[in-house]
Design a protein around this ligand. Structure first.
Ligand SMILES: *Cc1c(COP(=O)(O)O)cnc(C)c1O
Length: 389
């Protein structure tokens, strides 16, 4: 049996896949099992921030792999300590808690917010307001946090205590906030929900409300973080500082990691045995993240991300069949003129461009170090695909 047949027979059917088995990659190019090459503007959903098998990243990871590959969290780990130091030095946050995925990072943030409230106000003040069209993960609690009805099926009972406000409608947030509210959890740009960029006024108003009522503001930076929007973290575009952020996808450069960061106010909420994970803070994964962060946190690098984003936006807006483009940095949603984005994406893949969708949009999350000529190539394949119909 070939890869596809084995997959169909032995792997649970949780994903609709493109008809391609990828075998290797370098930079923005992936090669399939038949030797055909593809330009990748999806980065494994924003994970391969530096593209495939970046030389410096491979070196950092393999060196660590040959030094010590895992230790339990009962021992100190220099790669994890260094990653936490870097993150806290580059941001206003005071402490980090490590995990292995975006959903776990959000689980941790939810636990911190609820314990903060419990410690200070006692039982019952535990509700969390999230937004319609959000996405926060696939665990039973983060599905609950996700403000889309399609995710609230089959797996009952879901975790209690989540309420959904309308994005960019501050009155709807205010109407839900009461003396039971412990936290508000938002993505400043909703990724899976369709690249919806929140307004600065809304985000600032939510920040003010949280300040007034000692509500913990959590910003989910799982997709928007680590340079994706042209700032190290997306909240910087909105002139606020959250009480907590959650980070995953792009920070590991291709290895599984999730983490939550909090300000000084929340730094001592968690104590031994209130949270943990066997694989969290893995030295190999942290070595990869340390490398990614050392590259991406450079102001010049972030400046290039913004330049490339503007360039890509202009090129896309020039295409017949493109109705509008929504982007913040290299987080890009493309609205088509009455065409089915899923159908166009599948045809792009056939034509050698790995692209994804979000709701009814085409979505690009290219490697942050992609070149303008590679962006030209991507736009050319998309143009050709749109012309074919
Ligand atoms: C992908 C994503 C998650 C879930 O991350 P996993 O690593 O798949 O658990 C959570 N929040 C946002 C905003 C995401 O884009």
């Amino acid at each position: 049996m070939n890869t596809k047949e084995l997959d169909k027979k032995y792997i649970m059917n949780t994903y609709g896949r493109y008809d391609v088995a990828l075998k290797s990659g370098k930079g923005c190019v992936a090669i399939d099992e038949n030797g055909k090459s593809y330009l990748d503007v999806s980065s494994g959903i924003g994970v391969n921030s530096l593209g495939y098998c970046d030389d410096g990243w491979v070196k950092a990871v393999t060196e660590q792999l040959g030094t010590i590959q895992h230790m339990s969290n009962y021992f100190y780990c220099s790669q994890a300590s260094e990653l936490a130091r870097k993150l806290c030095t580059l941001t206003p946050f005071a402490k980090v808690c490590f995990g292995n995925s975006g959903a776990e990072a959000n689980e941790c943030a939810i636990k911190v917010a609820r314990k903060y409230s419990f410690d200070k106000y006692g039982e019952g003040r535990n509700e969390i307001i999230t937004l319609r069209d959000s996405f926060h993960g696939r665990t039973v609690t983060t599905l609950s946090a996700t403000g889309q009805d399609v995710f609230h099926n089959y797996f009952f009972p879901f975790t209690e205590g989540f309420k959904y406000a309308v994005a960019d409608n501050f009155e709807s947030v205010k109407a839900l906030a009461d003396d039971k509210t412990a936290a508000i959890l938002i993505e400043c740009v909703q990724g899976e929900g369709g690249v919806n960029i929140l307004s600065k006024d809304f985000v600032k108003a939510v920040r003010r409300l949280c300040d007034e009522r000692d509500i913990v503001l959590i910003v989910d930076e799982v997709q928007t973080g680590v340079g994706r929007t042209g700032k190290l973290f997306c909240y910087e575009n909105f002139d606020i500082v959250p009480d907590m952020i959650t980070v995953a996808k792009g920070i590991g450069g291709g290895l599984p990691i999730g983490l939550c960061m909090c300000t000084e106010k929340l730094a001592n909420v968690m104590q031994p045995s209130t949270h943990g994970s066997t694989f969290a803070a893995n030295p190999v994964v942290c070595a990869g993240a340390n490398y990614v962060l050392s590259v991406v946190s450079d102001e010049k690098f972030l400046g290039e991300v913004n330049k490339k984003a503007d360039y890509l936006r202009k090129r896309l807006l020039g295409l017949d069949g493109v109705k509008s483009v929504r982007n913040l940095g290299l987080m890009v949603g493309i609205e088509l003129d009455g065409r089915d984005a899923h159908d166009i994406a599948a045809k792009c893949v056939k034509n050698g461009l790995l692209i994804i969708t979000a709701k009814n949009l085409l979505r690009m999350l290219p490697p942050l170090n992609i070149s303008c000529s590679e962006l030209d190539e991507a736009v050319a394949i998309l143009e050709k695909t749109l012309m074919e119909g």
